[in-house]
Design a protein around this ligand. Structure first.
Ligand code: ZN
Length: 129
């Protein structure tokens, strides 16, 4: 398993981690199989989508509207309920087939770490089997 460290710079941010995942696949030596990408945090997520700057802005705006600031119970304990809710909706992992040693992502697909409570130092695990 590869353990990738990702520093984030904003409170909500999409970080393209595709190159790091591809490097982990190469290091694994797996040529036919599955690449599992997992983030072990309750306020981050892993998402596959297009890396287009305006679309990334749209996603950040969408997440804000999807889970607007509010009077959440968890905020009495730890002021980041919105981040937890966004994380749970997007999900903590994705699986990508590996064929001939390469990820089978579509032409416009990239892998993102979604930060919902940054900036922080984050971790992503990559398992290739
Ligand atoms: Zn919390």
């Amino acid at each position: 398993m590869e353990n990738i460290n990702i520093p984030t710079r904003n409170s909500v941010e999409l970080v393209d981690i595709t190159a790091k995942i591809e490097e982990a696949v190469r290091k694994s030596g797996v040529t036919e199989g599955i690449c599992l990408v997992f983030t072990p945090h309750t306020t981050t997520a892993v998402m596959v989508n297009e890396n287009e700057p305006n679309l990334k802005k749209d996603f950040v705006a969408f997440f804000k509207k999807f889970v607007p600031p509010g009077d959440y119970a968890h905020n009495e304990i730890d002021d980041n309920a919105e981040a937890h809710l966004k994380s749970a909706c997007v999900g903590q992992d994705c699986s990508i087939p590996i064929v001939k040693g390469e990820l089978t992502l579509g032409t416009w697909q990239q892998v993102f770490l979604c930060e919902f409570d940054g900036p922080r130092s984050r971790t992503v695990y990559v398992v290739c089997k």
